[in-house]
Write a protein that binds this ligand. Sequence first.
Ligand code: ZN
Ligand code: ZN
Length: 271
Amino acid sequence: MIVDYHVHLRDPSGGIEHTPAAARRFVETAATRGVDEIGFTEHVYYFRETQEIWNVPYQRERCRFDLDRYCDAVLEAKREGLPVKLALEVDYVGERQERLSELLGPYPWDYLLGSVHWIDGEAIDAEPGLWAHASVDEVWRRYVRALAELARSGAVDVLAHPDLAKIFGERPEPGVLAELHSEAAEAIAAAGVAVEISTAGLRKPVGELYPDAALLAECVRRGAVVTLASDAHEPHLVGEDFDRAVAAARSAGCSTVTVFDARQARQEPLG
Ligand SMILES: [Zn+2]
Ligand SMILES: [Zn+2]
């Protein structure tokens, strides 16, 4: 089994298109790349139903699409028999997390994917963001603390790009990094959330998979399970570089991949 559990339902140039026809285009690429199932994980801040949560201009500007329409598009694709799952990419929002979960409660999610993109309104994955005034060590420490909090919150089932803080190639010195990897892995395993192995990092300045081999190995050693992810915002990116993601999973000792239905996880043989 090969899944791509991080896909943004868009038109061929990356614009918003929450329709069954858009879903079909992603499924077509999946079929050519040997991906058995894809999960749509649109950013949660695109939907006006979640408007009260957002305070960053980037989020507020995008918060205008209809969540029912998005869900209906994916559910219709499911009814047509396409191998798709209904999900969202849910941001870490600190003390507003519980309220965000309440707003998402009524919808029939197969899983929720959790991401830390902003901390206290400042970006991790865009410059200047948090990097403008915090040291590399400080950015990483705050990132791992937020990731652990999100894992423990029960708000999400999978953690996306788990070491996103390396996006620009900036890392603390090896001793500190190892300590932060342990802290993240411990929180992930204890919370029972899955971690995604994402090929998106290969397309970012760092040019590597998320997460680092050492972090992935430590998560797996502590009992965490995995998903595979492209973070495709365009249909042609589904399943991109998955030979590398699968190889990374195997090197870390994974022989299974996580499949979700109605927020229930099960393991299937990887490959
Ligand atoms: Zn993300
Ligand atoms: Zn994403």
